[in-house]
Design a protein around this ligand. Structure first.
Ligand code: HEC
Length: 306
């Protein structure tokens, strides 16, 4: 072929250009899940600030334990417990990000794992953020401005952490692994581990802060409603047993399996009303699939109408 010189150079550069596009687009998907070294350092700095300020706050609570109202005393103890579990999940996520780039056939798996760890840590950040926000509100009601401010700062740090983790505002396409004997799971045990810190040991809620989950219309409603609440969370004013609550229920999709969600909900439903239909692991998987594009908490209105 006798092409003019400009055309020939286009022919040579085209494959090069296409390879660059491919490389760049794979880098693009990389950045959706993986944090850069700088971002990792920033997140670690915020986490260290959080840990130090959490300790100061807990020391303050320990010193004033006798004079604290019961709901604050309860919440501060729960926050302490949850802080430890959040920290473990945070460290695990950071370790995944610090691993050297995972290549070739392992790459897909590496991304999936990072995506899961990001979402799991993100759910914990949301949970801690709400616990500190609720403590802030309580202190304000009791006129304890200094403690209110300390809790607000903690909630703000967790918001910054949420903003920094990649992919948290995208749907969590984490596949659930099916449990072979889902009915053998002890719903009470999972409830105490995962829900009681906010909703109380016996599902009675915490006065002025967290709604009850026993004899609640949201628990006894048509199956898809409580399932969606646990999968994706709720935000906006909810009414339970004639009282109003306004907080953010965190999502649990990255932390619990379908069988665990079913076990917890069946435990709460049975305690509320013995005649309700059972929720199966398959129900949870079906609802999850139906709403797989969901990336943020439901509003109470959406739950009742969609
Ligand atoms: C960080 C605290 C927190 C944790 C942990 C938590 N929730 Fe919630 N939950 C809330 C808040 C806050 C609301 C109210 C949300 C609102 O105001 O829109 C709520 C609302 C609910 C509701 C609807 C209202 C009601 O009281 O029935 C259900 C059902 C529920 N949660 C179930 C659960 C289950 C099951 C778990 C454990 C898997 C759990 N929650 C864990 C904070 C929490």
């Amino acid at each position: 072929m006798n092409l003019p010189i400009t055309k020939r150079s286009t022919l040579y550069t085209l494959p090069f250009f296409m390879i660059m596009v491919l490389l760049l687009s794979s880098c693009g998907s990389d950045t959706t899940n993986q944090m850069s070294k700088d971002e990792q350092k920033q997140l670690t700095d915020i986490f260290e600030t959080i840990s130090a300020q959490h300790q100061q706050l807990m020391d303050k609570y320990a010193a004033h334990n006798d004079t604290l109202p019961p709901n604050i005393r309860h919440l501060s103890l729960q926050t302490q417990k949850m802080h430890r579990r959040m920290g473990t999940n945070h460290q695990r996520m950071m370790a995944t990000h610090q691993q050297r780039k995972i290549h070739d056939q392992k790459m897909q798996m590496g991304h999936m794992r990072m995506h899961m760890e990001n979402h799991r840590a993100g759910e914990w950040y949301q949970q801690m953020r709400d616990m500190y926000s609720q403590m802030q509100k309580l202190h304000q009601q009791y006129g304890q401005e200094e403690l209110a401010l300390m809790n607000k700062k903690m909630a703000d740090h967790f918001k910054r952490m949420q903003d920094m983790v990649p992919g948290l505002n995208q749907p969590t396409d984490i596949p659930f692994s099916a449990q072979s004997k889902p009915s053998k799971l002890n719903g009470n045990r999972f409830y105490v581990r995962d829900c009681a810190s906010c909703h109380g040991e016996n599902g009675q809620g915490i006065e002025k802060v967290y709604p009850p989950v026993i004899n609640s219309k949201w628990i006894t409603a048509e199956k898809s409603i409580p399932i969606r609440i646990v999968l994706h969370g709720v935000r906006g004013e909810v009414e339970v047993q004639g009282k109003h609550y306004d907080g953010v229920m965190p999502s649990f999709k990255a932390r619990l399996s379908g069988a665990e969600i079913a076990a917890i909900l069946n435990f709460l439903r049975k305690k509320s009303d013995d005649n309700l239909s059972k929720i199966t692991q398959q129900d949870v998987l079906t609802i999850d699939k139906k709403y797989s594009n969901r990336s943020h908490p439901w509003s109470p209105d959406e739950l009742m109408t969609k």
